[in-house]
Design a protein around this ligand. Structure first.
Ligand code: SAM
Length: 277
């Protein structure tokens, strides 16, 4: 019988966040594939587990991946872990899952800690629709192209960033989205020095101009406020204002004009509110 690859999330800073199911899966696996065995052995010691380990990381995934797949095909079970968080999210676990999927090997994901969901949930920004952008490309041109593609993005955007690149990333974010765009800088989540700053991009720049960025960061940036389609929007707004003058409440005027012009209420309500305040 073929084996299975288990994706086992590990704490992103607080050992208490390992789940019972994650620990049981590690205990039951035939072997563990770890990004860095020195990091994982600390977790195994905490769980009082001893397990055979192989490494699977960015620099050996081309050969380690097929080797793990062969062991799965021979009937073994493997628990894939990274240094922290959910395997396959911004790490090479993604390639191993794709390889297993392509070769018909079974993969099961155990839910658990992930920096992006922790940051999004605590950010105070809209969570209904979001886009995870991972690490921006290192290459300046590709990085700029990725950010340019997000200029009109209305969903909340989530970025991973290393401390030594934080300042230049904030500069790029300010260029593309403007210094007044709200964001949350989520640092050292679940750790002793956890910090969540809810501010604008410009304020974050000022803060980190004065203070050396240290630790691990997730940046959560508000999406662009919904914009009116020029033609429909202007007509709808004018109609809403007319209805307002006729005595309708702001909410009802926006709703009626939105319905008549086939635009969303929100695109009218906010500009009307601005005009009246
Ligand atoms: N797979 C991991 C996950 O589920 O979040 C992410 C791996 S990625 C290689 C590492 C990045 O995640 C860090 O550079 C940082 O942006 C983010 N990260 C991980 N732990 C964090 C923490 N405790 N606080 C803030 N950001 C964290």
């Amino acid at each position: 019988m073929a084996g299975k690859l288990y994706l086992v999330p590990t704490p992103i800073g607080n050992l208490g966040d390992i789940s019972r199911r994650a620990a049981e899966t590690l205990a039951a696996a035939d072997f563990i594939a770890a990004e860095d065995t020195r990091v994982t052995v600390k977790l195994l010691n905490h769980l009082e587990l001893k397990k055979p380990m192989v490494t699977y990381h960015r620099h050996n995934c081309g050969t380690a991946g097929p080797a793990i797949l062969r062991r799965l095909e021979a009937g073994e079970t493997c628990a894939l872990v990274t240094d922290a968080g959910t395997p396959a999210i911004s790490d090479p676990g993604e390639d191993l899952v794709a390889l297993c999927a392509a070769q018909g090997a079974e993969v099961e994901a155990i839910p658990g800690p992930c920096a992006l969901t922790v940051a999004l949930s605590v950010s105070g920004l809209p969570t209904g629709r979001f886009t995870f952008e991972g690490f921006l490309p290192l290459n300046k041109k590709n990085r700029r192209a990725q950010l340019d593609s997000l200029r009109a993005e209305e969903r909340t955007m989530i970025f991973y960033e290393a401390p030594h690149k934080l300042r230049s990333t904030l500069e790029d974010l300010a260029d593309v989205f403007g210094p007044d765009r709200p964001m949350a800088v989520c640092r050292e989540l679940t750790k002793l020095h956890e910090e969540v700053l809810r501010l604008t991009i410009g304020e974050a720049q000022a803060r980190y101009a004065a203070q050396e960025p240290r630790g691990e960061f997730v940046l959560v940036v508000a999406g662009r406020p919904p914009q009116l389609e020029e033609a429909d929007g202007q007509g709808a707004l004018a109609r809403a204002e007319q209805l307002r003058r006729e005595g309708l409440s702001l909410k009802d005027a926006a709703a009626r004009a939105a319905e008549e012009f086939g635009v969303t209420k929100r695109t009218l309500y906010n500009p009307m509110l601005d005009q009246e305040s």
